[in-house]
Design a protein around this ligand. Structure first.
Ligand code: FAQ
Length: 313
């Protein structure tokens, strides 16, 4: 059979909603784009622990601390599921991590913004996890089997993350004047970067067309972004707060909210490594990796010992 025949059979399977599994034939570009997306997703979960990790020791109560700690641990677990899913496509975890540390691999722009106050923990849970969920619910049906299955588990945890964020902001929104201001300020700072999480607008999205054909993505960046705006524009009413967008308005004709222009220059600047915290985030990850070297060595030594024992038995 010619390559074109394989490609046709492959596309037929995708069109029939049959999942692609690690040992199946796949076009090299399908493998590469999945490695790119899944590893970037994994890096985002791991780097994404940093803005919230910053507040674990300063949470205002034991209850809040336990919730935040559990959430940050969940993100670590998500990163590990996703690295495992990407490894099934033939790239080693070491290579992926080297690419993150060298700045070659991307991770979500959102984690390059600072978490300045306690209210940021609520805003991250509500807005950042809220945006992540919409994207990830779609990915539960992505065409690559190991990625889709990882997403099912991840989504269950993400919905708890979003709820705890909303509830934390709800408490602040009903508190003192100072707490209300802190709540509004956090929403103001996280709103626009959250909209950027969905990626460039469709007309600028280099990967979307092919990823939609291969059903890696099921909805475009702009479709998901609109879904997010429609959801949050309603939820904010419960908080009695406002979104920092004078152009946000229900459009009866479109049956969607209209919203203002996103600052794409800021987005690309952050993606290229020049956001407020890019350098700090990568330094923190490199340091954690170096400091964990002895743990990896000890684990390898233990595993080798077990293998020797097993072969002697
Ligand atoms: N940041 O052609 P497209 C989370 C890049 S998880 C940085 O549209 P694509 C959980 C893109 O890579 C959040 N770069 O790309 C959590 C591409 O460059 P490349 C992460 C971005 O892949 C919560 C170029 O721009 N979620 O938050 C961004 O078709 C709280 C052109 O873009 C995922 O990764 C961005 N925002 O669509 C953790 C979900 N957007 O690679 C802790 C999986 C785009 O060609 C605390 N990923 N770029 O050099 C996806 O669904 C997709 O990759 C998109 C982008 C939708 C992000």
């Amino acid at each position: 059979m010619q390559v074109q025949d394989f490609e046709k059979l492959f596309q037929d399977r995708i069109d029939k909603e049959v999942k692609i599994e690690p040992k199946d034939w796949m076009p090299e570009a399908y493998r590469k784009t999945n490695i790119r997306q899944i590893s970037q997703h994994a890096h985002s979960e791991i780097v994404g622990m940093l803005p919230e990790g910053n507040w674990i020791s300063r949470a205002p109560s034991l209850k809040r601390k336990a919730i935040l700690l559990a959430k940050v641990q969940d993100e670590a677990g998500h990163g590990l599921y996703l690295y495992s899913a990407a490894e099934t496509l033939g790239m080693s975890r070491d290579e992926m991590i080297n690419d993150l540390h060298s700045g070659k691999a991307k991770y979500s722009s959102i984690f390059n913004y600072p978490s300045l106050t306690w209210a940021d923990m609520g805003a991250i849970g509500w807005l950042v996890d809220g945006a992540a969920i919409l994207n990830q619910v779609m990915l539960c049906r992505t065409s690559y089997g190991p990625y889709a299955r990882a997403m099912v588990r991840i989504c269950k945890e993400e919905s708890f993350h979003q709820r705890q964020g909303f509830e934390s902001l709800l408490v602040l929104s009903q508190g003192t004047e100072e707490q209300k201001e802190m709540c509004q300020d956090a929403i103001n700072r996280w709103w626009w970067p959250s909209l950027m999480m969905f990626g460039p607008k469709d007309s600028e999205s280099t990967n979307s067309d092919q990823s939609m054909k291969w059903k890696i993505k099921r909805k475009t960046n702009d479709e998901l972004r609109q879904q997010f705006v429609d959801m949050i524009a309603e939820q904010i009413k419960v908080l009695g707060m406002t979104l920092p967008d004078p152009d946000l308005k229900w459009n009866e004709k479109r049956m969607h909210y209209d919203f203002g222009a996103i600052n794409w220059e800021e987005f690309w600047n952050v993606v290229k490594g020049n956001g407020p915290c890019n350098k700090q985030r990568l330094e923190a990850r490199r340091k954690a990796h170096e400091e964990g070297q002895w743990v990896r060595e000890a684990a390898m030594a233990f595993s080798n010992k077990q293998k020797v024992k097993a072969s002697a038995a």
